[in-house]
Design a protein around this ligand. Structure first.
Ligand SMILES: [Zn+2]
Length: 449
């Protein structure tokens, strides 16, 4: 991406051919490839039961045909004997930070080359856990995304937000007090230089930062509307951006046909965001009934996470972060109860940060949704429903086509599961053992069937 941009600036007359060359590399040989899954029972990403024994033909990167009657295998096609196993859509994590799993917070602001290699290795692991798509809610993922799309490295589809946009002192402002005061238009802090987060303290600054992310390929924009657990100087209760600042971001995003998602815990931060036109609330852990009702009435998305206990207990006792976590964690169960009560459009994600060990539990964190949902409801949330939120990127959707479902004409992101996850959702917690085939964009990345 960066390389192409630089060349484009230097050689404008070559811009078109360079761009199309880069794009062509994104889908190597998909046109010729065919895979036939025989005798599978399908979880389609929406329903609550498995289909009758069926056959599924994938051609190129598309699910071309689904039938209970036999489908003839064409010459050269890969034939997978399902033997009654479950075929389901690839999983989607709608709150992920691809660049912030492997490094610790200090490393995340360190050497960019190291961080990209670490993120690449993690991306391959993510795909091999059955996550064929992630919506990245902050971090410099544009290069990683291009490398994956070009086939340089195996990884999930990435819906990038680019840098988190925050205010001075807000969630995502990881500066130390010694780095104050900030001069507007002055030198960028290290976290801004690496593209992790950008500080913006006026509607004008917000517009600049939003447009910079869009220019780099952001499929949606992420702002932090209130305090967060991991940031050193953002109390949980605070609202950060003004409504005018939030609206500036919404306007800039909508001019590009996409939307703004905000990190927000409290009712005040959520209500202000909705008033400004924000389309997706991340977390929502401290919202009250009236706010839950507002989210439902306005048709706003709630993208929330069943954060595991290890995330809280991993924070040092007595630390600022641990104290804030104690405030937030009791809200998780209540948020899910409110989401159900008011039938809020609810997306699922993990928000794993700075922990490879927790990332390995990505499937287990999804399975933990059964505290509030049936296995079918949980799996539908992480496939068909999550894909509906992805589609909100509109013209900025980097992967136009239908994701998250097994149906004719949809993109072929598929898992063959040894067993029935609607009866035993814990199968998805052990992907190495139970996912026999992993396919993304029609390409087989694992076949141990
Ligand atoms: Zn996050």
């Amino acid at each position: 991406m960066i390389r192409v941009s630089v060349l484009r600036a230097a050689l404008p007359f070559l811009a078109l051919s360079l761009a199309s060359a880069a794009h062509a590399q994104g889908s190597p040989q998909t046109a010729a490839r065919a895979t036939l899954f025989q005798n599978v029972r399908i979880f389609d990403g929406k329903g609550s039961t498995l289909s009758a024994p069926s056959n599924v033909l994938v051609k190129g990167n598309i699910i071309e045909r689904i039938a209970t009657a036999p489908i003839a295998a064409e010459p050269g096609a890969t034939v997978i004997a399902g033997n009654g196993r479950t075929l389901m859509p690839g999983l989607i994590d709608n709150h992920w930070h691809a660049m912030l799993i492997r490094p610790n917070p200090v490393q995340a602001m360190g050497d960019v080359g190291y961080n990209n290699i670490a993120a690449g290795v993690e991306a391959t692991d993510t795909l091999m856990r059955g996550f064929t798509t992630i919506r990245d809610l902050g971090g410099p993922t544009f290069g990683l995304k291009d490398a994956i799309d070009q086939g340089l490295i195996a990884g999930p589809r990435i819906y990038p937000s680019g840098a988190i946009i925050t205010v001075t002192s807000g969630h995502g402002d990881f500066r130390q007090l010694t780095e104050l005061p900030r001069t507007i238009g002055g030198m960028l802090s290290r976290m801004e230089q690496v593209g992790g987060s950008m500080v913006a303290d006026s509607p004008d600054e917000v517009r600049v930062r939003v447009r910079e992310q869009l220019m780099q390929g952001a499929s949606q924009i992420k702002l932090t509307a209130g305090g967060g657990v991991s940031s050193p100087f953002s109390p949980i209760d605070v609202s950060t951006f003004t409504e005018a600042e939030l609206h500036a971001a919404v306007e800039a995003a909508e001019n590009w046909g996409t939307y703004v998602a905000v990190h927000a815990f409290t009712s005040a931060a959520i209500q202000r965001s909705i008033a400004a036109g924000v389309k997706c609330i991340e977390h929502g852990f401290l919202m009250d009934e009236a706010t839950a009702k507002l989210i439902a009435d306005k048709g706003v998305w709630l993208s929330t996470q069943p954060l595991p206990e290890e995330m809280r207990t991993g924070l040092p006792v007595g630390s600022v972060q641990r104290t804030k976590a104690e405030e937030v964690w009791p809200g998780i169960a209540r948020t899910y109860e409110l989401a159900k009560k008011y039938k809020i459009k609810t997306a699922w994600g993990t928000d794993v940060l700075f922990s490879q060990a927790l990332a390995q539990k990505q499937g287990a964190i999804l399975a933990s949704l059964t505290r509030w949902y049936s296995p079918a409801e949980a799996l539908a949330m992480a496939t068909g429903t999550n894909a509906e939120l992805l589609a909100l990127s509109g013209k900025r959707n980097p992967y136009p086509g239908k994701l998250g479902v097994v149906e004719q004409g949809a993109l072929a992101d598929l898992l063959l599961v040894d067993g029935n996850p609607l009866e035993n959702i814990n199968l998805i917690a052990d992907p190495a053992k139970n996912f026999k085939v992993i396919m993304k964009d029609g390409k087989i990345y694992k076949n141990e069937n």
